[in-house]
Write a new protein. Structure first.
Ligand SMILES: NC(=O)c1ccc[n+]([C@@H]2O[C@H](COP(=O)([O-])OP(=O)(O)OC[C@H]3O[C@@H](n4cnc5c(N)ncnc54)[C@H](OP(=O)(O)O)[C@@H]3O)[C@@H](O)[C@H]2O)c1
Length: 255
């Protein structure tokens, strides 16, 4: 029986894989057979996640990297190529939230969020896509958000919303340019999942009450419910699908 979702022999990078959604995605890629390099700033956490991935039976490579700095990104990608010999899958997932609106947002906070959520995708893709173009194969997956297409009336998230909107159109632009090289570029737009980013900010009664009322599924996403989307975009099942944004949002974007 053929398995469209088999990632055996593939090499993946997941950024922002020291906690939250990135850990889930990295483990899911490993469970489907890929060796996985994980990038983030907290080295100890990366090492713990790497051990959990190796238990699955594939290779894991923790790489300390601040994805907002070009020199670190360049070195980290070179490390992956040196250890694994190639890169087939890139998940640009690192991100930060910011609960400020335009009226009270400081300029350095704007820069921090845009650098982490958008500039990082440009930087990591820059070094990885060169390699993917040469090998005429690649799967790039960018984590956007429901807040890339809607605003929030209950939380001031203006720079976060701007950054995730940018992720969506950067995805489409890279997809259009690189389809000719056998590279697909797609995006996953989660709504609400528990993570370090959300557990003390959005997983609070006031926000959850609004969320559960608005979201057609009347609940946040559960651990593992993003895995189907990441495996689809990482595997040959999506070879003719590029520039797409898949919202994993309990139906929020449908209303
Ligand atoms: N959770 C949700 O409901 C939700 C919804 C929509 C979209 N998202 C998106 O999902 C992605 C993951 O978020 P999460 O919810 O899993 O939050 P999280 O647990 O806080 O994870 C964020 C990850 O990004 C990494 N990171 C942040 N800044 C970095 C930098 N400069 N360089 C390298 N790594 C960096 C963090 O690692 P270090 O601190 O170790 O560097 C961490 O691994 C983000 O892009 C977020 O916007 C989340």
């Amino acid at each position: 029986m053929s398995n469209l979702f088999d990632l055996s022999g593939r090499v993946a990078i997941v950024t922002g894989a020291s906690s939250g959604i990135g850990v889930q995605m990295a483990k899911s890629l490993a469970e489907h057979g890929a060796d996985v390099a994980i990038f983030a700033r907290r080295e100890e956490k990366l090492k713990e996640v790497a051990k959990e991935i190796e238990v699955i039976g594939v290779k894991a490579l923790p790489v300390k990297c601040d994805v907002t700095h070009e020199d670190e990104v360049k070195a980290a990608v070179a490390t992956v190529l040196e250890k694994f010999g190639k890169i087939d899958i890139l998940v640009n997932n690192a991100g930060v939230a910011s609960r400020f609106g335009v009226l009270d947002l400081e300029e350095n906070e704007w820069d921090r969020v845009m650098n982490t959520n958008v500039k990082s995708i440009y930087l990591v893709s820059k070094y990885v896509a060169k390699h993917m173009i040469d090998q005429k194969y690649g799967k790039i997956i960018n984590t956007s958000s429901i807040f890339g297409i809607v605003g929030s009336a209950s939380a001031h998230l203006h720079v976060y919303e701007a950054s995730k909107g940018a992720v969506i159109n950067l995805t489409k632009g890279m997809a259009a340019s690189w389809a000719q090289y056998g590279i697909t570029v797609n995006s996953i737009g989660p709504s609400l999942f528990k993570s370090e980013m959300t557990e003390h900010t959005l997983f609070v009664d006031s926000f959850l009450k609004m969320y559960n009322a608005v979201c057609p599924s009347h609940r946040p996403g559960k651990e593992g419910e993003l895995n189907g989307a990441v495996i689809y975009f990482a595997s040959d099942a999506s070879n003719y699908t590029t520039g797409q944004i898949l919202f994993v949002d309990g139906g929020w974007s449908a209303i």
